[in-house]
Design a protein around this ligand. Structure first.
Ligand SMILES: CC(C)(COP(=O)(O)OP(=O)(O)OC[C@H]1O[C@@H](n2cnc3c(N)ncnc32)[C@H](O)[C@@H]1OP(=O)(O)O)[C@@H](O)C(=O)NCCC(=O)NCCS
Length: 202
C-alpha cells in the first residue's frame, strides 16, 4: 500500500517537474527536485529520474531523445547543444556526465561539438563521463569513473581514463539490460520464474 502511495506521489510530481519536456511517455516518476529545462527533450514511457544528494540536470538547446524505461540517478548531468540520443532501458548511475560539446576550442580552433549516442540496455556507472562525438553500443557496462573518449562496441565492459574495453559481455538469450537487478528487470530468467510462480497451485 505504501509503495502504491509513493508511486502515485512520484507520478504526480513528475507531471510538474517535467512540465517543460516536449513529450513524456506514460508512467514517468520523479524523486526530488531535478532541473529539467532542455528545450528539445522527449522521453519514452516509464522514465525515472532521481535527484537527491546531488541535483540532477538535463539541459541545453540541443535535441535530446530518450527511449523507454530510462533511469537517471542523482547528480547526473546531461547537456546537449546539438544532439544526444539514448536508447531504451539505459541507466545513468550517480553523477554521470554526458555532453556533446567541449564548450571551448583548443589551440584557437573552433570547439568540438558532435552528437552522442548511447545504445539500448547500457549501464553507465557512478561518475562515468561521456565526451562529445562518442557512440556507445547496446548492453555496454561503463565502469565507475570511466572517461569515454571513443566509440564502444555492443556487449562490452569499458573502464578507466581513457576508457578501454576490458572484456566482452555474454548475456542470457533475450536479456535486454546490462544493469541486471532482482526487482523489475525484464530479464528472461526472472520472467520465467515469475510465470512458474503464477502457475503454482495456491
Ligand atoms: C564494472 C563493475 C560493475 C564490475 O564488473 P565486473 O564484471 O565484476 O568486473 P571485474 O571486477 O571482474 O573487473 C574486470 C576488470 O576491470 C577493472 N575494473 C572494474 N571496474 C573498474 C573501474 N571502475 N575502473 C577501472 N577499472 C575497473 C578491474 O580491475 C578488472 O581488471 P583486471 O582484469 O586487470 O583485474 C564495477 O567495477 C563498477 O564499476 N561498479 C560501479 C557500479 C555503479 O556505478 N553502480 C551504481 C548503481 S546504479
Amino acid at each position: 500500500m505504501h509503495w502504491y502511495a509513493a508511486e502515485y506521489r512520484m507520478r504526480a510530481w513528475a507531471k510538474w517537474s517535467l512540465r517543460r519536456v516536449r513529450a513524456v511517455g506514460p508512467k514517468a516518476v520523479v524523486l526530488g527536485h531535478p532541473d529539467v529545462d532542455a528545450t528539445d527533450l522527449e522521453v519514452g514511457e516509464s522514465f525515472k529520474i532521481w535527484s537527491g544528494h546531488r541535483k540532477t540536470v538535463i539541459s541545453g538547446g540541443g535535441r535530446i531523445r530518450m527511449g523507454d524505461r530510462v533511469f537517471v540517478n542523482c547528480g547526473t548531468t546531461i547537456i546537449a547543444v546539438q544532439e544526444i540520443v539514448v536508447g531504451d532501458d539505459v541507466a545513468f548511475a550517480n553523477e554521470v556526465f554526458v555532453m556533446d560539446s567541449n564548450s571551448h576550442g583548443v589551440e584557437g580552433k573552433p570547439h568540438v561539438q558532435s552528437p552522442v549516442r548511447i545504445g539500448d540496455g547500457t549501464w553507465l556507472g557512478n561518475r562515468a563521463m561521456v565526451l562529445p562525438g562518442v557512440t556507445i553500443g547496446r548492453r555496454v557496462v561503463v565502469a565507475a569513473g570511466a572517461v569515454v573518449t571513443r566509440d564502444v562496441p555492443d556487449d562490452s565492459l569499458v573502464a578507466g581514463n581513457p576508457a578501454r574495453v576490458v572484456r566482452s559481455l555474454t548475456y542470457p538469450a533475450g536479456c535486454r539490460r546490462a544493469w541486471h537487478d532482482e526487482w523489475g528487470c525484464p530479464c528472461p530468467k526472472l520472467l520465467a520464474a515469475e510465470a512458474d510462480l503464477a502457475a503454482e497451485p495456491a
